[in-house]
Design a protein around this ligand. Structure first.
Ligand SMILES: [Zn+2]
Ligand SMILES: [Zn+2]
Length: 204
């Protein structure tokens, strides 16, 4: 198992620097392994992690847990929070971990040599106990693990836009198949008709 310092090194290498949020991510991942009794970083897919923001924190969580977007073991629910829920998909046991509200202020006393607040957090977060650094709550997912993970090979086609939908993310309404963008409105709005090349590709 890699040491915490090795994990921080891996995160910093991904990220070209080490920063306080990567430290939070690495240590949160280590705590999750302890809480759930799992050996991390995993090479398989037993642990599913749902993080509540992107950015530096995400890299720390990934190296410590072995959960990656590319492995479909890391998902983002973007609440803009440095928080994450760790799910043991074998038994459904789940913990949500957030930084302790007093952690930022407390970091100073763990890094008396720090020249500024940023450095105090960078060093302090590596030295503080899990208890000083985080709050842990047992949680239950509101969507089933089976629905989140879905099955390999599922495909559907949206009746409205004609685009393919994988992983069971389509929605059936009044006997028609919808993608989320067509049913609920997407994060984008089309500005022009499809270009000629797009039209040609779609006809192939
Ligand atoms: Zn950073
Ligand atoms: Zn659609």
């Amino acid at each position: 198992m890699p040491t915490p310092d090795e994990l921080l090194g891996q995160s910093a290498a991904l990220h070209h620097h080490l920063c306080p949020r990567q430290v939070l991510g690495v240590r949160m991942g280590l705590l999750a392994g302890r809480e759930l009794g799992l050996d991390l970083p995993q090479t398989g897919k037993r642990l599913l992690t749902i993080i509540e923001t992107d950015g530096c924190f995400a890299d720390g969580v990934s190296v410590a847990t072995g959960c990656w977007v590319g492995h479909r073991t890391l998902r983002i629910e973007d609440y803009g929070k440095v928080a994450a829920t760790f799910v043991d998909t074998d038994c459904g046991q789940s913990v949500r971990i957030v930084p302790h509200p007093g952690a930022r202020a407390l970091s100073r006393s763990f890094a008396p040599e720090a020249r500024n607040r940023w450095e105090a957090q960078l060093l302090g977060y590596q030295r503080m106990s899990f208890r000083d650094l985080f709050t842990v709550q047992r949680v239950a997912l509101t969507t089933s693990i089976e629905a989140i993970v879905s099955q390999a090979g599922l495909r559907a086609v949206c009746d409205t836009c004609g685009e393919e939908i994988i992983n069971g993310r389509e929605i059936l309404r009044d006997g028609k198949v919808f993608c989320r963008a067509c049913l609920f409105g997407g994060y984008y709005a089309a500005l022009a008709m499809p270009t000629a090349s797009t039209v040609l590709l779609n006809r192939e």
